[in-house]
Design a protein around this ligand. Sequence first.
Ligand code: PGA
Length: 279
Amino acid sequence: MRRIAIVAAHKLYLSYADSQRYAQELVRIVQEREFLFDIIVCPSFISLANVSSILKGSSVGVGAQNVQHRKNGAFTGQISMPQLLDVGVKYVIVGHSELRGYQGETPDGINKKIQMCLDANTTPIICVGEKKEDRLSGIWKKVIADDVQRIFKDIGCRAFNVENSMISYEPVWAIKSGADDLFTKPADPEIANEVHTHIRDVLSDLYGKSIASKIRILYGGSVDPNNARGYIEQPSIDGLLVGSASRRIESFVGILDAAEEVVKAGLKNSTIEHQESLR
Ligand code: PGA
C-alpha cells in the first residue's frame, strides 16, 4: 500500500498575507494533531519562500506550481529549479491542464520538467487527464496512455529514480476552475479509480510492475470536504490534489479529516517506510 498524499494547490487565489496566515495556521494544526500521511502546500511563487520558511521543521512539505526546464539564462518571467531548491521546495506540479491550455505547455516540455525535477531529487506531481470530448467519445484510455508515454519518454527508471514521481489524474472536465466550465463536476470516485488503474497499467508497461506500484497516483478535480473520503477510499487512489477547496484552511482541514478517517479505518498505509524508501 502506498502512503496517502494530500496536496493544496493554491493557484492564484491567495495574497501574500493570506498565504502567510494559512501556513501559520497549518503549522499550529499539525503540531497539535499528528496526521499519518503526507501534506503538501503549493502556494503562488510570490509566497513560496515565506511559506517555506514558516513550514520549515513541520511535517508539511512545500511545492511549487511550475518550473522552467532550463537552469538559467535570458528567460523573462521564469523560475528555475535551482531557485526553487534555494527556498526549500521538495515538490513541483508539472503539466497542469491550465498551463497546457493558456501557456501552451506541451508533452515534450513536461518531459523536460520531469527530468529536471527528478535530477534535483525533487518530486514532480505530474498532471494528466482527458478533456470532456475525449471522455464523451470514449477515447480517454488512448489519450491518457499516449500522454503518459510521451511525458515519460527517455526517462529511464534507474537514471532518474522515476518512482519518486507522483501523478495526479485530473480530468479537465472535473476541474472547478477549468476550461470546460459548463460540464464541470467531480468525477465519480469509481470512474476515477478505473482511470488510476489504467494509468498504473501504462506505467507498468513502461517501468515494470514493481516500480509502477510505488508511484503514487492522486486525484484532482472539484474535491471538497464532503466528497474527499469517497476518493481516498478507492484502492487505486493514493491521495488528492485540491485546488479551490484548499484555499480556506477550514475547508482544507476538512479534507485532511477525511483522509485521517480512511487511514484510521486501516484502509490505507500510514507508515513512512514507503516514503523513505523513495528518498
Ligand atoms: P479544483 O482544481 O480543486 O479547483 O477543481 C483542481 C486542480 O486544478 O487540480
